[in-house]
Design a protein around this ligand. Structure first.
Ligand code: G4P
Length: 526
């Protein structure tokens, strides 16, 4: 195996996703502890936006600022290079999370045993399903009472719409939690409630051995044997390829806070999780190991300080090797660029790097050259697919509040949209601009940033909109007819694509019923 192939194949780039409070930050921190990237618990700044701060978005931006450092956390573990991509916890930034999911090769979903599958997890899983991203589920907080594990497995299958296969199995829970039987490694992992001591495990290939009783007593031994029997009968054997295809999700149980089950999760993860996978560009499929350097921008983080109007553009390397000060092609501009201070993220430090490989994420200092979805290559014209925008949930007209500054306003809106802060639709009937967001916070962020970074003042006006959906049809005539009939409700997105603005779910339903030749899409990629 060549050095390059080896470098790429040992990379594991993934994101941890969960509903807020399920334990994502805690699990991330424990993984970093095992990876030796940090040495004490509590070192990871929570990227979680505390509930008390939800109305204070400046505070949130500050926290987002802090989170640049923890946006990507890389560490070495048993010969593997692990890259964890952090995702914002606050649901108003869900769009950021969706985009981050386009840059990972697999995902770990954290579920709270007491709460089961929650709303945000469901939504994020939809994105994983769409992209066929391999998923591992970690059921957290086993030191607390919760849902019966078999019921939880049913819930996972139904709610996440994916087949699952437990690879560890809990022995009781809450106050009586004794540990798990690690099906993957055929070990008995015994639980000691402690935040510092790592699991004690006993190799245990024969579950029928009377030794089991010595560890967990008669009653629990019987139950464990019956449970395992049932699992064998009900769930298919674990097959790595089915997992890699995104068709089955292995499930682990543990308690991140108590360091329990985390190392086992990590051990299994590095072995079965995919290394960077081939990525489909519009032109062709790009292979990480054999193709020359290519990558795409999936996130842009602006510096909120008006004196330093710089951004960091986050690039996911899709193939080959990136080198500092090399010439690369910015495909949208058709121009050559080179980067003298690309940064990589090891542990919690951001440092300049000379080289990076497919699977890695690097930060490129930027002053407005990049927008989300931009491709960099060694020379070829490639466009990577798979960075969808989703139909926003909230809409407002954006109006100029200072007629002297309309140029600044338009420039500001343009750039903020390129950064992916929100989506812009221009109504074709009255020419008014509509901003669509996932949450209320974005409107405040936009208004503040327009003023402070561009010297432009905007005001918001209400618009009654339920959904914006992208439309297409095989018949040009049908499309033109629809646009004519609905001319007051037609808009263009930033790329000039046709968007239908439905003001109620009823209107949307009727349109879907009446115009059978039109396909309505709720994300910009189909
Ligand atoms: P998040 O990033 O998914 O939002 O969750 P986070 O890790 O911040 O965890 C949410 C809360 O759940 C935290 O408590 C954390 O300590 C707790 N927690 C995480 N894992 C476990 C576990 O295995 N068992 C139990 N019992 N609790 C767990 P908090 O009180 O909200 O925050 P903190 O003050 O402890 O930081």
């Amino acid at each position: 195996m060549s050095d390059l192939t080896n470098e790429i194949q040992r990379r594991r780039t993934f994101a941890i996703i969960s509903h807020p409070d399920a334990g994502k930050t805690t699990l991330t921190e424990k993984l970093l502890l095992f990876g030796g990237a940090i040495h004490v618990a509590g070192a990871v700044k929570s990227n979680k936006i505390k509930k008390t701060a939800t109305s204070d978005w400046m505070e949130i931006e500050k926290q987002r600022g802090i989170s640049v450092a923890t946006s990507v956390m890389g560490f070495e573990y048993e010969g593997y290079k692990v890259n964890i991509l952090d995702t914002p916890g606050h649901q108003d930034f869900a769009e950021d999370t969706y985009r981050t999911l386009t840059a990972v090769d697999s995902v770990i979903i954290v579920v709270d045993i007491a709460k089961g599958v929650e709303q945000q997890t469901r939504k994020l899983m939809e994105v994983c399903r769409m992209r066929k991203t391999p998923v591992i589920v970690f059921v957290n907080k086993m030191d607390r009472d919760g849902i019966d594990p078999f019921d939880l497995l049913d819930e996972l299958e139904q709610e996440l719409k994916i087949n699952i296969r437990p690879l560890s199995w809990p022995i009781d829970m809450g106050f009586n939690f004794k540990g798990v039987y690690n099906i993957y490694e055929e070990k008995l992992d015994l639980y000691t409630p402690s935040k510092q001591i790592v699991t004690e495990s006993v190799e245990f290939k024969d579950i029928d051995s009377p030794e089991l009783e010595k560890h967990i007593g008669e009653k629990l031994s019987q139950k464990l044997r019956t449970d395992l029997e049932l699992i064998k009968g009900v769930y298919p054997d674990f097959d790595v390829n089915t997992y890699l295809k995104g068709d089955i999700a292995p499930v682990f149980f543990g308690s991140a806070l108590n360091n329990f089950g985390v190392k086992e999760l990590l051990n299994c993860f590095v072995r079965i999780a995919p290394s960077p996978r081939p990525i489909q560009a519009e032109e062709r499929s790009v292979t990480p190991e054999t193709d020359p350097f290519s990558g795409f921008i999936f996130k842009i983080h602006a510096n909120m300080d008006p004196n330093h109007r710089s951004c960091i553009a986050f690039l996911k390397i899709c193939s080959g090797q990136f080198e500092r000060n090399q010439n690369y092609k910015h495909v949208r501009f058709g121009k050559v660029m080179k980067f003298s201070s690309p940064t990589a993220f090891m542990a919690q430090k951001k440092e300049t790097v000379d080289e990076a490989f497919a699977g890695d994420i690097i930060g490129l200092p930027d002053t407005g050259n990049f927008k989300i979805g931009d491709t960099l290559t060694s020379g070829e014209d490639l466009h990577f697919k798979g960075l969808p925008s989703f139909s926003p949930e909230m809409f407002k007209y954006i109006e100029n509040a200072d007629p002297m500054k309309s140029k600044q306003l338009n420039k500001g809106i343009d750039q903020l949209m390129d950064e992916g802060v929100a989506q812009l639709f221009t109504n074709q009937f009255n020419g008014r601009k509509i901003i669509g967001t996932v949450g209320q916070l974005q409107f405040e962020v936009i208004q503040y940033r327009l003023l402070h970074e561009y010297g432009a003042q905007c005001k918001w006006e209400p618009i009654n909109l339920y959904k914006a959906c992208w439309i297409e049809s095989d018949s040009n005539e049908a499309l033109e007819n629809f646009k004519k009939r609905k001319y007051q409700y037609m808009a263009k997105d930033k790329e000039g694509r046709d968007v239908f603005l439905a003001d109620s779910s009823y209107v949307l339903q009727m349109a879907q019923q009446d115009f059978k030749d039109i396909r309505f899409h709720f994300s910009s990629e189909w």
